[in-house]
Design a protein around this ligand. Structure first.
Ligand SMILES: *[C@@H]1O[C@H](CO)[C@@H](O)[C@H](O)[C@H]1NC(C)=O
Ligand SMILES: *[C@@H]1O[C@H](CO)[C@@H](O)[C@H](O)[C@H]1NC(C)=O
Ligand SMILES: *[C@@H]1O[C@H](CO)[C@@H](O)[C@H](O)[C@H]1NC(C)=O
Ligand SMILES: *[C@@H]1O[C@H](CO)[C@@H](O)[C@H](O)[C@H]1NC(C)=O
Ligand SMILES: *[C@@H]1O[C@H](CO)[C@@H](O)[C@H](O)[C@H]1NC(C)=O
Ligand SMILES: *[C@@H]1O[C@H](CO)[C@@H](O)[C@H](O)[C@H]1NC(C)=O
Ligand SMILES: *[C@@H]1O[C@H](CO)[C@@H](O)[C@H](O)[C@H]1NC(C)=O
Ligand SMILES: *[C@@H]1O[C@H](CO)[C@@H](O)[C@H](O)[C@H]1NC(C)=O
Length: 761
């Protein structure tokens, strides 16, 4: 693509004059569409320096937006904001378990309408990087694998295993076939310029050795055989077979080198923050450090950087991976609700503009590196295509004044200045604008509640099965629900000593995870829950048994299936024992081999209490009879939608743990009762960042607010249903709006260098 002949200085001037750039950009877009339409020349290839699209080497800025983590109604706006933020590419995984909920039964509608999502990206004029996986990790339930896959006879995940390879191939072919049929690959005139097969497989391969190596090779050949016409990448896979490009994921990737000289240096996951786990503090990553890491990657010869996540969104329904919170905000440039997170979004937007001003010079050559001081360097891209320089200060404490080409530049600690013409500093990554905080404000909607208490399950219920011994939870539930009841009878003879001496027996239950409520004769006797770092748990407490038959009912709760780890499919959940009772005349009873009766799911789930139709199948009470702080309670409220279009959330701070639905749609698991542990501290942007460095919310719920998509609401008669497992106060639940009146008011104060500019975005 030719661009209008202008000097870089003019371009710099026009860029900082705000919208004047768009005339240039429009021309650019026209030329771009023109070359796109003449698809005879459509091609994507690469060389050592960059991805080459229709003959043009490109510096590509990309961002992850996972389509099922928002609603289709949100997609156009998210994509537009990504474009406004300076992105060229939208990257997404493909979520197998959403698309094939049971074998051979495919689903591509609503939030899983992959083709619609890709076409919206195309309509906005952006490219797509499609990470088919089909293993995706992604803090997503089972890493994207359908639960049924585990029960295919003889299967072992992600290794040289025939049943696994057959299933993986079928799904990959299905997706590639769909993309081809819709003409979505770039060579067909579509937006997909890159694909990905497998995902972060290198660490698994190092662990398992030869079968891993064979699997990698098979995977590569299988993908290449699908003949998509666009390059494949494998991330975190140092031995990615040719011509597949191995790529880097991480907080920093400046020192990454691809495995062959003729492959470009690509960063498939620039971590913009980190995920929140239930019980964990909330990770954040400062905008300065994020921008610094990207600028450093580009100055070191990188040519593709993808923000993971650009919009993190929400783990609706039961899509979260093990112990992963419902919010997948990720401290991304677009927050969970789709609003720009300032100053991060704007800072990156300006970074992208600065990089794009240098693009022609960057792709033409490798950088020449010169020292400017003890911890200061210049990276200069100088050729007949232009001159661009990056001036870096790696010192984490002190700013530095450096001389470059007869000029002086002041570099804050841990920062890079970009000079697209080797003279004019248009941006320093360490100088960031100020923004007013975004808040949650109550909206004028009153929620009035009704409740229905569900009894602890009983062995005389319908749909139970009695087995000898203890069984793994997912084997029985097949992940159709979080809940599995384990029930047995404990018969206490009249002569037990403890009945006379005022003590109670000690019940000890070992569970593979993830949370457990213990009911004795219908009364909750205790609750135990684990955490991500160690999902196993133990209940160990005295229980009030009486003479005669005692009904023990254990409610074992899965909090998502694991999404990462070698052979994570073999990790168990549920009460696997031992289960023992101590303090009886005859000593300790081992109950592990007793007959146990199993019941899958809650009664309210079977009755579909979360739907309009189902909710009328039980008697609800209200007013003074409203249940509070009671376990196993269903709550419902009918409400009017508040006026306006601000993104909405439920403030669930007064509740324990459970699930919430709006008009029959699941907004996910709530668990504000899990208070964030760990350390939160002051967070300096300078110095190497880790996921533990900048955390907030210590002593507060890990997640207090739960996104309610506007598109799920009707004007009136909205049905809100919450299932509370262990007890909460629904009268304090409120609907709040994410305030964004101050957005667009970010003051961008760029000082130093040759630019003293104060821009209003
Ligand atoms: C890789 O797989 C291909 C096709 O399955 C096979 O022909 C080749 O021998 C394998 N190479 C290695 C190094 O295993
Ligand atoms: C770039 O190259 C030109 C031509 O060789 C040279 O005159 C100029 O000084 C170089 N600029 C920098 C910053 O190295
Ligand atoms: C809140 O809504 C009610 C009912 O729609 C209305 O009567 C009242 O004036 C509203 N209050 C405010 C502060 O907007
Ligand atoms: C799964 O449960 C069935 C009984 O429903 C049992 O026969 C089988 O051994 C279990 N498999 C595993 C892997 O636990
Ligand atoms: C269970 O609790 C008892 C009484 O508090 C204690 O003595 C025992 O060590 C505990 N056992 C385990 C396995 O934690
Ligand atoms: C009561 O009797 C039980 C069973 O013999 C025994 O284990 C326990 O230590 C006794 N407790 C007291 C307080 O004497
Ligand atoms: C909301 O409105 C839609 C369309 O009018 C309707 O199909 C749906 O049943 C309504 N939902 C509820 C919970 O009333
Ligand atoms: C954190 O440190 C910075 C820089 O030292 C300081 O300006 C800021 O006030 C500190 N914030 C808190 C909450 O301590």
């Amino acid at each position: 693509m030719a661009s209008p002949v202008r000097t870089t200085a003019e371009k710099v001037q026009s860029m900082w004059n705000g919208n004047k750039l768009s005339a240039n950009a429009n021309m650019f877009l026209l030329l771009f569409l023109f070359s796109w339409l003449s698809s005879a020349t459509a091609s994507v290839s690469y060389d050592h320096r960059a991805i080459i699209i229709d003959g043009q080497k490109r510096i590509l800025i990309s961002g992850s937006i996972h389509y099922p983590r928002s609603t289709p109604e949100m997609w156009p706006d998210l994509i537009q904001k990504a474009k406004d933020g300076g992105l060229d590419v939208i990257q997404t995984y493909v979520f197998w378990n959403g698309h094939e909920p049971s074998p051979g039964k495919y689903y591509f509608e609503d939030r899983y309408d992959l083709v619609k999502f890709i076409k919206l990206v195309q309509k906005a004029g952006l490219y797509v990087h499609l990470r088919i996986g089909p293993y995706v990790c992604a803090e997503w339930n089972f890493g994207g694998f359908p639960a049924w896959l585990k029960y295919v006879p003889g299967i072992e995940f992600r290794t040289d295993n025939e049943p696994f390879k057959a299933a993986m191939k079928t799904f990959t072919e299905k997706i590639v076939g769909m993309m081809k049929a819709e003409r979505l690959f770039q060579t067909q005139g579509g937006p997909i310029i890159l694909s990905q097969i497998e995902n972060e497989y290198g660490p698994v391969e190092w662990t398992i050795g030869a079968p891993g190596k064979a699997y990698t090779n098979w995977t590569a050949q299988m993908a290449l055989g699908l003949d998509t016409g666009v390059p494949w990448v494998m991330c975190k896979q140092e031995d990615a077979p040719d011509p597949i490009i191995d790529t880097c994921n991480g907080f920093y990737c400046e020192n990454f080198t691809p495995n062959k000289k003729y492959k470009p240096k690509m960063w498939t996951e620039v971590w913009t923050g980190w995920y929140t786990e239930f019980g964990g503090a909330v990770p954040t990553r400062p905008a300065q450090d994020l921008a610094f890491s990207v600028a450093r990657f580009i100055q070191n010869g990188g040519s593709f950087a993808n923000y993971y996540m650009y919009h993190g969104g929400t783990n609706f329904d039961r899509t979260s991976g093990l112990f992963v919170a419902t919010s997948y905000d990720y401290d991304a440039p677009l927050d969970e609700y789709g609003l720009p997170r300032e100053p991060k979004w704007s800072h990156l937007k300006y970074l992208h503009k600065a990089i794009k001003l240098a693009e022609a010079a960057l792709v033409a050559t490798d950088p020449a590196v010169t020292s400017l001081g003890k911890s200061q360097e210049a990276h200069v891209f100088n050729s007949s295509s232009g001159c661009a320089a990056f001036l870096a200060n790696y010192d984490t404490k002190y700013s530095s004044r450096v001389s470059f080409g007869n000029r002086q530049y002041k570099l804050p600690p841990w920062s890079i200045s970009i000079l697209p013409d080797c003279k004019t500093e248009v941006l320093n990554t360490g100088r960031v604008g100020q923004s007013p905080p975004v808040d949650m404000t109550p909206v004028n909607t009153t929620l009035s509640w009704q409740s229905y208490i569900e009894d602890a399950a009983s062995s005389t219920d319908d749909n139970t099965v009695t087995l000898d011994g203890l069984y793994e939870q997912i084997n029985i539930t097949r992940d159709a629900t979080d809940y599995l009841w384990y029930m047995t009878d404990i018969t206490i003879g009249p002569n037990e000593e403890f009945l006379k001496n005022g003590s109670y027996p000690l019940l000890t239950i070992d569970s593979a995870g993830h949370a457990l409520h213990v009911f004795i004769n219908g009364q909750l006797s205790g609750t135990v829950y684990a955490r991500l770092a160690s999902p196993k748990l133990r209940f160990n407490d005295t229980v009030k048994l009486r003479a005669g038959i005692n009904k023990l009912a254990l409610l074992s709760i899965a909090v998502g299936l694991p999404n990462v780890g070698v052979h994570f499919e073999t990790w168990n959940a549920g009460v696997l024992g031992p289960v023992t009772l101590k303090g009886l005349n005859s000593g300790t009873w081992d109950m592990s081999r007793w007959k146990w009766t199993y019941k899958t799911g809650m009664k309210g789930e079977a009755l579909s209490l979360h739907t309009v139709k189902g909710s009328s199948s039980v008697e609800w009470v209200e007013g003074p009879l409203l249940a509070q702080k009671q376990p196993l309670t269903w709550y419902k409220s009918i409400f009017h939608a508040p006026p306006g279009n601000a993104p909405l959330a439920l403030d669930m701070a007064s509740m324990g743990k459970g699930q919430v639905w709006i008009n029959g749609q699941s907004i996910g698991r709530h668990w504000p009762g899990y208070i964030a542990h760990g350390s939160c501290g002051n967070c300096s942007y300078a110095g190497t960042y880790t996921e533990n460095k900048c955390r907030t919310n210590c002593g507060q719920p890990s997640q207090r607010w739960y996104h309610v998509p506007q598109s799920w609401l009707n004007q009136s008669e909205n049905l809100l249903v919450a299932f509370e497992e262990w007890g909460g106060d629904p009268t304090k639940i409120s609907l709040v709006a994410r305030s964004y009146e101050n957005l667009g008011q970010t003051l961008y104060n760029i000082e130093g260098g040759s630019n003293h500019l104060r821009l209003q975005l």
